[in-house]
Design a protein around this ligand. Structure first.
Ligand SMILES: Cc1ncc(COP(=O)(O)O)c(C=O)c1O
Length: 422
């Protein structure tokens, strides 16, 4: 099937429609070159547990495939599901009767709403124009992306030697334009949880908005703790925490397009509420960046949360923590490699301690064997975001990794960091 026709080899809308079976075959063909996430070859982007859970997520999504979550009066069912998902999130993440939240399309939208709320709060409460966010160097890139949209500035501060936010450095960066502190639970680059209690105290001392980015940890850390691992306090119950983001489409195992932006005090929802009536169509009210919103991710999140319950999520946490132990032990056995940062939850890094073994070259060699391998720049390392799909693939991964290290040692190849994979 030729989709490449028309001027300058650009794709144009076909004059006549095509048979769906042919189109479907084309879609399936296209996918053949993609990373094999079901086979555990993609330690990033996709979260996969079992076929059964995927089917539940898929079926629930399809039930609400064409509905629009913007229309809560037309679709009270969607509004009800959304309310229940938010309430389950609040219950899990330290919310109280005074707390509230908003269902968003992903971590970036949740963080955007956090920054927007802090900006409006600071304008109203402190008269700050062009406010600043103070955060550790390890904070997620979506903060800078959102700050750009919102006319805000970020200040990134050095980390402690254990790669967590350094309180003294954060405090030193606070000035009269600072409106917000941002902390990670855990940070994406190193997988460690910042000292949220200390940062909460700092936020209170300087009367700042504190956002905890638990996009990765929100639906994993509570269960890792529940199965007996020490996880420091990080959620809405920590004094000084104003808001928290937790992604359902990561370790919540919902379909893509699902995250929660939660507020310790629901009154603060006013800072991300948009109300407008000066146009011909009357009043408009919205709490999200999006206008029309997919209802499928809400239904998927609701179904997956109810299908798993605490027990199901604890089982996933067990699988992830066991897989991490096996991966760490396996990497440590490979001559020339070292586990640089085991992380607190599901993210870890390993690097090379042999000058003849370039870790990016190892990543490239693994790529040739069909493994998608994430690369970090600071420090130079291989970056793994664990998910249960990797568990059955782990033995083969370690065999291929040992072979890749030997190959690079003997050829002394030097690899590149792949800027697209973060
Ligand atoms: C800590 C953290 N925050 C925010 C985000 C952004 O989430 P999303 O990609 O869902 O927009 C990510 C994504 O990996 C993340 O790891």
């Amino acid at each position: 099937m030729n989709f490449q026709h028309g001027i300058r080899n650009m794709t144009t809308l076909p004059q006549t429609g095509s048979d769906w079976n042919n189109l479907k075959a084309h879609l399936r063909d296209l996918k053949k070159g993609d990373a094999k996430w079901k086979e555990g070859r993609l330690p990033v982007y996709v979260y996969y547990y079992t076929e059964e859970l995927l089917r539940i997520s898929h079926e629930a999504y399809m039930e609400f495939f064409n509905e629009n979550a913007m229309g809560s009066t037309a679709f009270p069912s969607v509004a009800q599901l959304e309310k229940e998902v938010i309430e389950m999130g609040l219950d899990l993440l330290g919310g109280g009767p005074q707390s509230g939240g908003t269902f968003t399309s992903g971590g970036t939208e949740s963080i955007f709403l956090a920054l927007k709320s802090a900006r409006e709060w600071a304008r109203t409460e402190k008269g700050i124009e062009r406010p600043k966010i103070v955060m550790a160097y390890s904070g997620h890139v979506s903060v800078d992306k959102s700050a750009g949209y919102l006319g805000m500035e970020t200040v990134r501060t050095p980390l402690r030697p254990d790669r967590r936010a350094d309180i003294k450095a954060l405090e030193a960066a606070i000035d009269e334009r600072t409106c917000m502190l941002y902390a990670s639970a855990p940070g994406y680059p190193h997988g460690v949880i910042d000292p949220i209690e200390e940062i909460g105290a700092l936020a209170k001392k300087h009367r700042l908005w504190l956002h905890v980015d638990a996009c990765v940890g929100g639906f994993l850390a509570p269960f890792v703790r529940e199965i007996g691992n020490p996880i420091p306090p990080f959620d809405l119950s920590v004094p000084g925490v104003t808001s928290l983001s937790a992604d359902l489409h990561k370790y919540g195992f919902a379909a893509k397009g699902a995250s929660l932006f939660l507020l310790a005090n629901a009154e603060n929802k006013k800072y991300h509420r948009f109300e407008f009536s000066n146009w011909p169509r009357g009043s408009f009210l919205s709490h999200t960046f999006q206008g029309s919103r997919a209802a499928g991710p809400i239904a998927s999140a609701w179904a997956v949360m109810n299908a798993l319950g605490h027990e199901g999520y604890c089982e996933i946490a067990r699988v992830i923590m066991d897989t991490k132990k096996r991966l760490i032990a396996g990497v440590q056995k490979i001559k020339g490699l070292r586990v640089l940062e085991p992380g607190d939850l599901c993210i870890l890094m390993y690097d090379s301690i042999d000058p003849r073994v370039d870790v990016y070259a190892v990543a490239e060699h693994m790529g040739k064997k069909g493994w998608f391998v994430g690369r970090s720049t600071t420090p130079k390392a291989i970056h793994v975001v664990l998910n249960p799909a990797m568990t059955p693939a782990l033995d083969q991964y370690l065999i291929d990794l040992a072979e890749a290290v030997e190959h690079v040692r003997s050829t002394q190849e030097v690899g590149n960091v792949d800027h697209r994979s973060y």
